[in-house]
Design a protein around this ligand. Structure first.
Ligand code: IK2
Length: 422
């Protein structure tokens, strides 16, 4: 009798619980989640049916047929590791050691005397390196929680550092009038910043402007950073992609190290090895001593562990094979140069085509800028017209990815730009 009563009570409690669940379903748990703005323009491009459409919004290299490019050195390295690697075990928290060691050599230089003092971890490409950098600075940098970014900078910088709990401010970088570097504004902003501020510097191929300081300007920037006791955080997402030479592109970083700055560095192998989706990168900090490096290493592990435990191995093994094998390394350096040269050629063809069409504008910045992007000087409205009337997609700040221009589409692109700027 007692057990039957319990069953009846149990049944009715379950029924009312189910009713409550059903009632609560009429107002969804996520009904208050607001619609966010689109994070990329690829969707609009995909929906466009025009056969001559051009996507210059994405920062990914395309070959002269407009196709994604897998570097032959990457294919060769991949084949080798598939043949030789038998396990799919976890990497350690800081990744594949042969990769991180070689990544540090690539960035700081083969004969750099500081290599033993570099605390380094593999990261989820350049974005992940920046995220670790932000988390480390937020937790351990003793002087400030503010990071200064160039104006403009890669849009994700602000989002990443904000998500790490850092405040984000800007320093002058781009001069709208000259479509060039505002070196005076840049230096005076460094000078005026509170001492020991954090400055993010694009090591080469500045995104989005394609405008890099000259070696002489880098030396002045180094002096100003030193005078303010500031902390230089380098983002090097395009080593080799600017000039075609990995050593030339590491000039700023290596000069700062030579000058005694204790730098931090975020590296990406997305562009220079075409390993976009493999997510291969590294974050490193230059320590004062071996003992300090050990302490930093231990804290990097503590930061990384709750983020993703340990990084993926496949892409890092590919990069490691390329960086550590002499013949493959030579081949890869040649391929990096080929990619950089194709971009440089496309810049020249675009500029010449605009001039041949009779454009009255000065397009010299297209060839004086460097790296994957050209900051055209087009207004947001002109970019909108380019997309709507001509199916040419760039970002609204006027940035176009030169890596998406080909011998086949450059004439149409020039005609379209000419029409919207007449
Ligand atoms: N840092 C900078 C300056 C970058 O430009 C990027 C890549 N951005 O490319 C996409 C675009 O702007 O269209 C990164 C870091 C990080 O790249 P990843 O995480 O792919 O290595």
């Amino acid at each position: 009798m007692l057990s039957t009563a319990r069953t009846v009570v149990g049944k009715s409690a379950r029924t009312s619980a189910l009713k409550m669940v059903a009632a609560s379903r009429s107002v969804s748990t996520w009904s208050q989640v607001p619609q966010g703005p689109p994070v990329c323009i690829t969707e609009a491009f995909k929906a466009d049916k025009f056969e001559k459409k051009i996507n210059l919004g994405v920062g990914a290299y395309r070959d002269d047929n407009g196709k994604p490019y897998v570097l032959p050195s990457v294919r060769a390295a991949e084949k080798r590791i598939v043949d030789k690697v038998l396990d799919k075990e976890y990497a350690g928290i800081t990744g594949v050691p042969a990769f991180t060691k070689a990544a540090a050599v690539l960035a700081y230089g083969q004969n750099s005397p500081i290599l033993d003092n570099v605390a380094i971890t593999q990261s989820i490409s350049g974005t992940g390196a920046l995220r670790i950098a932000g988390a480390f600075l937020e937790r351990f940098y003793p002087h400030t929680k503010t990071v200064y970014l160039p104006n403009p900078s890669w849009a994700n910088h602000k989002a990443i550092f904000g998500a790490c709990g850092l405040d984000v401010k800007n320093y002058s970088y781009y001069n709208k009038e000259t479509i060039g570097l505002d070196i005076d504004g840049l230096l005076s902003d460094i000078k005026d910043a509170p001492s020991s501020s954090i400055f993010l510097l694009h090591a080469c191929a500045h995104n989005p402007t394609g405008i890099d300081p000259t070696p002489e300007q880098w030396r002045a920037i180094s002096d100003a950073i030193k005078a303010g006791g500031h902390f230089p955080l380098f983002d090097m997402a395009y080593q080799g992609f600017a000039s075609g030479d990995t050593n030339t592109d590491a000039y700023a970083l290596r000069y700062f190290v030579e000058q005694g700055h204790h730098v931090a560095l975020c590296q990406s192998f997305a562009k220079n090895m075409g390993l976009y989706g493999e997510r291969v990168g590294a974050f490193s900090i230059l320590a004062e001593s071996a003992e300090e490096k050990k302490r930093i290493d231990s804290q990097i592990k503590i930061l990384v562990r709750p983020m993703y435990s340990n990084p993926p191995v496949h892409g890092a093994r590919i990069a490691s094979e390329i960086l550590n094998d002499q013949a493959l390394n030579k081949q890869w350096l040649g391929e990096v140069k080929e990619m950089a040269d194709r971009i440089i050629t496309m810049r020249a063809v675009l500029k010449n085509s605009l001039e041949e069409l009779g454009s009255k504008h000065d397009w010299s910045h297209i060839t004086s800028q460097i790296g994957m992007f050209a900051y055209t000087g087009l207004t947001p409205e002109q970019v909108d017209t380019l997309a709507k009337k001509y199916s040419v997609y760039g970002t609204r700040d006027g940035r176009i990815s030169v890596a998406g221009i080909t011998s086949g589409n450059v004439k149409y692109l020039a005609e379209s730009i000419h029409k919207v700027t007449q």
